[in-house]
Design a protein around this ligand. Structure first.
Ligand code: APR
Length: 314
């Protein structure tokens, strides 16, 4: 029986907006925000719960005073992490965020050992791998959120271009959550109609380029990374798990011989339901797509190797 309690680690921009989005959707009975800055978690929790008063269902939202408040969550979302700052190398960032993950994972293992974990911390695919390695949990219970966001960005670009389609636009972005992400035009459609029939090759290239640069374009204006669309993507995944919706959503998962790879996390289409990843879908890849997918996996593997070289796992 589902207790519909969700823990959100990190009450910053993404974490708090996720709580707000879930509150507006009425998806959960209870949300606990946990942050090393306790007051931020408590203050935002009160504000967000007050915002649910106008909803048909009030969601209980609390800021954790102690990690034990995370007890018995059905889903835990990890958004704790630091962004890359001036003078920080990729290696520095990886080590700092992996150490933060280590800290929060020890708490989740203690208080919510049966939870499904949705990882949002960046670099996304590598941090998702870190969680798999640190917990050794069944791999279906650990899922990286990137495809939900990148696919919404691709659908947005398609809608901006065509001016039609709205929620009937199905877009699919696989691969890493970074420069080698793969917006798949042949797996995307508007109301079931293939994009090839609706958008020229030239314009499709532009849509792909804009999708890949969707996050960076926002940072340019805001000076910080996005949070509304990421939060919505997370909330849709949480809902799929709590309601056992079995939606198909590209997500970063640990491969075990799928696509010819093992022991690496990467974005591929999966079925999401009450067990987390219910199924990893293996799509047919032509040579061009396979080569792009290999590039994506190699980028993620190089991040994992940095952590291994720095003895993070030993
Ligand atoms: N335990 C709990 N909370 C922590 C810890 C920790 N060990 N370390 C950091 N935090 C908290 C911070 O106090 C902060 O409130 O994580 C929160 C992060 O919030 P923001 O700095 O606002 O970052 P945000 O924009 O929410 O992004 C969070 O999601 O999309 C990714 O790249 C993004 O990795 C980043 C993460």
């Amino acid at each position: 029986m589902s207790n519909r309690k969700v823990g959100i680690i990190g009450a910053g921009a993404v974490g708090a907006t996720t709580a707000y989005t879930l509150g507006m959707m009425g998806t959960c009975d209870e949300i606990v925000l946990y942050d090393i800055n306790q007051d931020i978690a408590i203050g935002k929790a009160i504000d967000i719960e007050q915002s649910t008063i106008y909803s048909t269902k009030v969601t209980k939202i609390t800021g954790a005073k102690d990690a034990s408040d995370l007890e018995d969550c059905e889903v835990v979302v990890i958004t704790a992490g630091v962004p890359r700052k001036d003078g920080m190398t990729r290696e520095d960032l990886l080590m700092i965020n992996a150490k933060i993950i280590k800290d929060v994972i020890s708490k989740i293992e203690k208080y919510s050992p049966n939870a499904k974990i949705i990882c949002v911390a960046n670099p996304l695919d590598v941090m998702t791998y870190v969680i798999h390695k640190l917990t050794s949990w069944e791999s279906n219970r650990i899922i990286g959120m990137a495809g939900a966001l990148d696919s919404s960005r691709m659908a947005y670009e398609i809608n901006k271009f065509t001016n039609y389609g709205c929620s009937g636009i199905k877009a699919m972005v696989i691969g890493d959550h970074g420069e080698n992400m793969i917006p798949c035009t042949n797996l995307s459609n508007i109301g079931g109609v293939h994009l090839e029939s609706l958008i020229s090759k030239e314009n499709m290239k532009d849509i792909i380029h804009r999708t890949k640069n969707g996050g960076a374009a926002i940072v340019k204006h805001l000076g910080t990374s996005a949070y509304y669309a990421p939060a919505r993507g997370i909330a849709v995944m949480v809902q799929a798990i709590l309601d056992d919706n079995k939606i198909v959503m590209p997500s970063s998962v640990l491969l075990n011989n799928e696509y010819g790879y093992s022991d690496v996390t990467v974005g591929v289409p999966v079925v999401l339901g009450k067990n987390g990843v219910e199924k990893i879908i293996e799509i047919d890849m032509d040579e061009e797509l396979k080569s792009k997918f290999d590039d994506s996996v190699n980028t993620i593997q190089s991040g994992i190797d940095i952590l291994k070289d720095n003895n993070f796992f030993s």
